[in-house]
Design a protein around this ligand. Structure first.
Ligand code: GDP
Ligand code: IMO
Ligand code: MG
Length: 432
């Protein structure tokens, strides 16, 4: 069976959780490879609604192995809370769950620094999720990070924490005019987390590669989206990790030759949370209508999502930088009732048309989206499970997406429930 990566093609919240959960039915192992509790992935089935922040969405299926890769940044308190919540929903997170010893930790000073930084940034504020993600990745790259494995060795943990706090407290006292953080308090709290989590911590690269050697199917679950990727996104209005497909290799210790397919999840329109450019944003009634019908409020922070038309320039770029082999279009039903539907086919800036993301920030910030207008559909698509049954204008919309992206749409989602889905080709059924 093939190993596949699932990524977001836009600015996150494309419906990755639903698609991962669906495909996980045919997988043995589901692996998160980047990000942390900034993600909010929703799964709805006959039993309940689940929101995942760090734990892979595939955990809803009993018997699947779920893994947090080395590319993640883990807040142990948030993780323990998520485990507790899932167990209260009868989802077992036990011997089927592993955490990389190389994954980095989020510490209280990361969240505090992020708060202060965002305040100081003024209009260039990113509008982060406030989970300490950026400062934890900054420490990782600055080589002062503390890793999951360090928690299992209290002496080593205390030594690094002490050195880090000596530096951090200088920032807090002198720059931010804030109180120092207490070494003993953090040390004890985190050692207790370490004790609770230690049985899950292991070399996950070994686990995943062993599974691949045994012809098991591994599904890599991306968080955020292509345009939030720290390298390929709308920098600096991005998250601090590689949310694109390449992150699946560096974030787990699996080589690129092991990946057979990359599926891009794309909403039938576009949303974004936080600051940064958004060429097709709609600030009037049409945007408000999409927000209400699509229930576009953050799964992590509850913030209203900015809404706009489908941006084919952004998705074509995602096809390229992720090497997508397949697209899954979600939330088609949210467009039900729109008399006409717009697709952005290029950006216009200074008299020039761009069909690829322009290289200068000014162009993407102030471009005019150029639209192709398609006819809407009278009959609702909500809940339809067969492509043939879609109204003709909805099929033409899907075919237009395929043509502009240069990539097949294999899955169409017509509702939030797992069953409200059209599967034209299951990427996991493809031959290796
Ligand atoms: P993710 O972060 O990419 O996993 O996406 P989120 O879970 O944050 O946001 C997607 C939202 O849309 C969730 O509330 C899903 O339940 C919902 N959803 C997913 N697919 C569909 C769909 O096809 N139609 C509708 N109406 N809702 C959907
Ligand atoms: P899922 O996995 C949507 C956005 C934040 C902010 C920027 C940086 O559910 O699609 P961060 O806290 O990561 O430093 O914030 O990235 N952001 C997301 N937006 N969905 C997400 O995850 C996001 N994770 C981060 O709003 O603009
Ligand atoms: Mg989300």
């Amino acid at each position: 069976m093939p190993n596949i990566v699932i990524v977001g093609t836009q600015w996150g919240d494309e419906g990755k959780g639903k698609i991962v959960h669906l495909l996980a039915n045919d997988a043995d192992m589901i692996v998160r490879y980047q990000g942390g509790a900034n993600a909010g992935h929703t799964v709805i089935n006959d039993h309940a609604q689940y929101t995942f922040h760090m734990i892979p969405s595939g955990i809803v299926h009993p018997g699947k192995t779920c893994i947090l890769g080395n590319g993640m940044v883990i807040d142990p308190a948030a993780l323990l809370e998520e485990i507790f919540l899932l167990e209260s929903q009868q989802i077992a997170v036990r011997e089927n769950f592993f955490i990389s010893h190389r994954a980095h930790l989020i510490l209280p000073y990361h969240r505090a620094i992020e708060r202060e930084n965002e305040k100081l940034k003024g209009p260039r504020r990113i509008g982060t999720t406030g989970r300490g993600i950026g400062p934890s990745y900054a420490d990782k790259m600055g080589r002062t990070g503390i890793r999951m494995g360090d928690l299992l060795d209290p002496n080593c943990f205390r030594e690094i924490l002490k050195a880090n706090l000596a530096e951090m407290n200088l920032f807090f006292n002198r720059l931010y005019d804030a109180e120092s953080m207490d070494l003993d308090g953090i040390f004890e709290t985190y050692c207790a987390y370490g004790k609770r989590l230690k049985n899950h911590v292991t070399d996950v690269s070994l686990l995943i590669n062993n599974a691949i050697d045994q012809s098991k199917t591994v599904l890599f679950e991306g968080a955020q989206g292509t345009h939030l990727d720290v390298d390929h996104g709308t920098y600096p209005f991005v998250t601090s990790s590689n949310s694109t497909a390449g992150g699946a290799c560096t974030g787990t210790g699996v080589g690129p030759t092991c990946i057979n397919e990359v599926v891009g999840v794309t909403k039938a329109y576009t949303t974004r949370v936080g600051s940064g450019p958004f060429p097709t944003e709609l600030t009037g009634d049409t945007g408000n209508g999409l927000r209400t019908r699509g229930n576009e409020f953050g799964a992590t922070t509850g913030r209203p999502r900015r809404c706009g038309w489908y941006d084919a320039v952004a998705v074509k770029y995602a096809v390229r930088v992720n090497g997508l082999s397949s697209l899954a279009v979600t939330k088609l039903d949210v467009l039900d009732g729109e008399p006409e539907i717009k697709i952005c086919t290029s950006y216009l800036h200074d008299g020039k048309h761009y069909t690829d993301i322009p290289i200068n920030e000014a162009a993407i910030n102030s471009c005019e989206p150029v639209y192709e207008v398609l006819e809407g559909w009278d009959h609702p698509t909500s809940g339809i499970t067969s492509y043939q049954k879609l109204p003709d204008p909805a099929k033409r919309f899907i075919e237009k997406i395929e043509a502009l992206a240069g990539c097949k749409v294999d899955i169409v989602s017509t509702g939030s429930h797992e069953k409200e889905t059209i599967i034209r080709r299951n990427p996991l059924a493809a031959k290796k």
